[in-house]
Design a protein. Structure first.
Length: 234
C-alpha cells in the first residue's frame, strides 16, 4: 500500500512509520519539518529491514504551498491508499492569555493543514479506495473531561472530528473513507511539554500499534466515526 504519514519525525508519527515500514510491504512517505530526524528515522528503518520502502519529505504541512509539494511527490505513487493526518500542535495556556497568532497557529496545524492536504490529494485517492485517519484527541471528544489551558487545542480537535464525519458522508461515493481516533494521554514530547512530569499510561510505540492496524483494516468495518482510544486523560 501507498501510505502518507504527517508529523513523522517524533512521537506517535515516528512510531507509526516504523511499524508500517518494517513489514517491507508498504510504500511509506513520512512528512515532518525536521529533516535531520526524518533522515535518522529512514536510516533506522532501513538498517532493521533493507526491504523497507520509505520516502521522506521535510516541510511545514501548515503552509499551503507545502501541500502542493506533497501532491507533486506523491504523484509517482499513482494512488494513495492511506493518509494518516498525525501532525499536531498544542498550546497549554489560559484562554485569556492566548494570542490571535497562537490560535491561528494551532488551527493551521490541527485543522487547516488537514483540509488543504485532503483537497490537494483528492485526484489520486479512491483508486480503488483510500482510508484517511485523522488523529484527534479526547480533548475534542464531546462529553469528555476538559482541562484548563487546552481550550484552543481541544476546539481544533473537535473541529477535526466533525470534519471527519462530514467528509465520510460526502466522499463515500468516491471510495474515500474517513475515521478519527480521539487519543487520550500518550507519553510523547508534546504531552511532556504541556504537562511536565505527567506519566501517561501508554507509550507512543504502544498506541502506534493500534493506529497502524486500524489504518490498514479499520475502514473495512467503520466509516465516519470518531473513536475514543483512551486509558486516561489528559
Amino acid at each position: 500500500m501507498n501510505i502518507i504519514v504527517t508529523g513523522a519525525s517524533q512521537g506517535i508519527g515516528h512510531e507509526v512509520v516504523k511499524q508500517l515500514a518494517l513489514s517491507g510491504k508498504h510504500n511509506i512517505l513520512a512528512i515532518a519539518r525536521n529533516k535531520t530526524k526524518l533522515e535518522k528515522l529512514k536510516t533506522q528503518i532501513e538498517a532493521l529491514n533493507a526491504k523497507s520502502i520509505i520516502h521522506i519529505l521535510a516541510l511545514d504541512i501548515s503552509e499551503e504551498y507545502s501541500v502542493q509539494l506533497v501532491y507533486k511527490y506523491a504523484q509517482q505513487f499513482s494512488t494513495v491508499d492511506i493518509l494518516i493526518n498525525n501532525a499536531g500542535y498544542l498550546i497549554n495556556k489560559p484562554f485569556a492569555a492566548v494570542s490571535k497568532k497562537e490560535v491561528q497557529q494551532v488551527f493551521n496545524v490541527n485543522l487547516f493543514s488537514v483540509i488543504n492536504l485532503i483537497q490537494e490529494m483528492l485526484p489520486i485517492m479512491g483508486k480503488p479506495q483510500t482510508h484517511i485517519v485523522n488523529i484527534g484527541s479526547m480533548g475534542g471528544f464531546q462529553g469528555s473531561p476538559k482541562f484548563p489551558g487546552l481550550s484552543v487545542y481541544s476546539a481544533s480537535k473537535a473541529a477535526l472530528a466533525n470534519l471527519t464525519e462530514c467528509l465520510a458522508e460526502e466522499l463515500k461515493s468516491q471510495n474515500i473513507y474517513f475515521n478519527c481516533l480521539a487519543l487520550g494521554a500518550v507519553q510523547t514530547e508534546m504531552l511532556n511539554s504541556a504537562f511536565p512530569g505527567y506519566a501517561a499510561p501508554i507509550s507512543a510505540a504502544e498506541i502506534a500499534t493500534f493506529i497502524a492496524n486500524f489504518s490498514l483494516n479499520g475502514n473495512k468495518y467503520i466509516n465516519g466515526k470518531t473513536i475514543p482510544v483512551s486509558l486516561s486523560t489528559p
